[in-house]
Design a protein. Structure first.
Length: 194
């Protein structure tokens, strides 16, 4: 689900590790708010207004570059909502520190940290993605697997993909800037030029 939040909500990897569950007692606001009507998602919001400690041992989970309330792009709700519901079912299998209610937890119930997330992404790429691509019948995927052998795919790549998808949707610079959570339009402009 962290990857989904990066791909379809534009969160930076460290910001994804700051996401709390809807019933988290921290900050007095839900970590995630989802409003539905007749089975359709009307809004999906993520509270990143304040960097919080999400672990009883005081270890920080990651940084929030720009504190904000993330309102997700409606065109991506069809990807975010099912992944969210599935993730909640998975969370039900793990102990969770009830005083914090992080969205991403380790086996011990404590919130996942940014370094662990990066490590797990690299393991997914090495153990699953590369072998899958290498055995593909699509030559482009095989070539991509070779590229992954010589280059490291960073979790920040998912945020880049998010931005490219917004550009392809035809959104204007200001709207892309808003969904990316950028302070200035320069990043969005760079994507639009390219």
């Amino acid at each position: 689900f962290a990857i989904v939040l990066q791909l379809f909500a534009g969160l930076r990897p460290s910001e994804a590790m700051n996401v709390r569950q809807s019933d988290s007692p921290l900050a007095g606001t839900p970590g995630i708010s989802c409003e539905t009507s007749n089975g359709r998602v009307k809004s999906f919001k993520i509270d990143l207004q304040k960097e919080l400690i999400l672990r009883s041992d005081g270890i920080t989970t990651g940084k929030i570059k720009k504190e904000r309330h993330v309102l997700t792009y409606g065109g991506f709700h069809r990807y975010i909502y099912p992944a969210y519901k599935r993730h909640l079912l998975i969370l039900g299998r793990y102990p969770i520190e009830a005083d914090y209610k992080p969205m991403f937890v380790l086996n011990n119930g404590k919130a996942m940290t940014y370094p662990v997330y990066v490590q797990r992404i690299q393991k997914l790429i090495t153990s699953h993605l590369k072998p899958l691509l290498r055995t593909s019948h699509d030559e482009r995927e095989v070539v991509f697997a070779r590229e992954l052998d010589s280059r490291r795919l960073s979790p920040h790549t998912f945020r880049h993909v998010f931005t490219v998808m917004l550009v392809i949707q035809g959104l204007d610079v200001g709207t892309i800037q808003k969904f990316r959570g950028d302070s200035s339009p320069e990043s969005a402009l760079a994507y639009m030029k390219n």
